[in-house]
Design a protein around this ligand. Structure first.
Ligand SMILES: CCCCC/C=C\C/C=C\CCCCCCCC(=O)SCCNC(=O)CCNC(=O)[C@H](O)C(C)(C)COP(=O)(O)OP(=O)(O)OC[C@H]1O[C@@H](n2cnc3c(N)ncnc32)[C@H](O)[C@@H]1OP(=O)(O)O
Ligand code: UBL
Length: 272
């Protein structure tokens, strides 16, 4: 009986292996499916640990989440080469902005996440089962992207509490995932937040995933991701009139870095 199950299991695994070798679509679906299952299962286990250790929703839970998610890269053959971690060592709160390519970014995020740092996320993430639960427990700030006024209100509240709680806040200024190898124009929320709280902006750039991950062509193989944490941009003395300039400056710096890390000729001057 047990031998029967063993043979059956081996046959299923072999079949999946052959299908993955033959069809990029199957390979892609199985690898992304596995990533989602890994997130859902790990989130359930991590949520139990967070509740036991820290008792509820707190940024302290990010340490537990980080420890778990940092192991995921080994399942997918991903390697990170990180430079500039010392740039996170600013005194007090800061806004961190980075490019956002895929749901796989959670691995890159946790690879470098500094202490006392929460992310801004779309409110729909709350309804992703155990993943929503762990994101809630980690203290993520939820915004409604469909309502600018309510998003602005949430951000203004964050600007007030950042100093009191010595928080760093991680924002994806493109506002959505973008896996084209370039940046989308930046939304201004992160930069308003930095100016309102008078805290520095720290840009973080991940090299393009396009050589190993492309949902349009069902590409998902192993690969290397270069990460660079850039020097902080000071906002002391800036006012809301300076937000557009600050946003543009950060966009161009990050775009140039993205192209350099991805081995692509710089086109930063052609577009804004
Ligand atoms: C253990 C296993 C675990 C498994 C899982 C692994 C890990 C999970 C754990 C934790 C990690 C969680 C990570 C979550 C990541 C989530 C990622 C996302 O959800 S990205 C999408 C959501 N984020 C964003 O959208 C942020 C970027 N967007 C913005 O900043 C926007 O500006 C906005 C605030 C949302 C508003 O956007 P909207 O499109 O409505 O408007 P505009 O940006 O065009 O602005 C219009 C207008 O308003 C002015 N403005 C904007 N913000 C402000 C402000 N705060 N104050 C004043 N004015 C503001 C802006 O300048 C524009 O005016 P003008 O054109 O005149 O300049
Ligand atoms: C009971 C409900 C069950 C729902 C099951 C949902 C399954 C989802 C499981 C695992 C997915 C892992 C997701 C990890 C979190 C990813 C955060 C993220 O990258 O969000 C995308 C968001 O930034 C931008 O969204 P859009 O690009 O605008 O779209």
């Amino acid at each position: 009986m047990e031998l029967g199950w063993l043979l059956c299991g081996t046959a299923v695994l072999l079949l999946l292996h052959v299908l993955m070798e033959l069809s990029p679509a199957v390979n892609f679906a199985l690898r992304i499916g596995f990533y989602c299952v890994l997130c859902l299962v790990s989130s359930a286990l991590a949520a139990a640990a967070c509740l036991l250790v820290n008792g509820g929703r707190t940024v302290k839970n990010m340490r537990i989440i980080k420890a778990v998610v940092k192991t995921f890269k080994y399942f997918f053959g991903l390697r990170f080469e990180v430079k500039g971690l010392e740039n996170f060592e600013v005194e007090g709160p800061a806004i961190i902005v980075s490019n956002h390519q895929s749901i796989l970014d959670m691995m890159g995020l946790m690879e470098v996440l500094p202490d006392n740092c929460v992310q801004v996320g779309k409110k729909e993430l709350m309804y992703t089962g155990t993943v929503g639960l762990i994101i809630y427990l980690g203290g993520v700030i939820f915004i409604n992207r469909k309502s600018t006024s309510s998003a602005k209100m949430v951000m203004a509240e964050v600007a007030k509490t950042m100093a009191a709680e010595n928080l760093k806040v991680w924002v994806y200024p493109e506002g959505t995932r973008n896996c084209t190898g370039d940046l989308l124009p930046f939304k201004k929320g992160a930069f308003h937040l930095a100016v309102q709280a008078q805290v520095p902006v720290i840009p973080v750039v991940y090299s393009s995933f396009t050589t190993f991950y492309n949902p349009k062509t069902n590409l998902f193989t192993s690969g290397k991701i270069k990460v660079e944490i850039l020097p902080p941009i000071e906002t002391k003395g800036l006012t809301s009139d300076d937000v557009t300039d600050l946003t543009d400056r950060c966009f161009h710096t990050m775009r140039e870095t993205l192209f350099r890390l991805s081995g692509r000729p710089s086109e930063a001057k052609d577009s804004s």
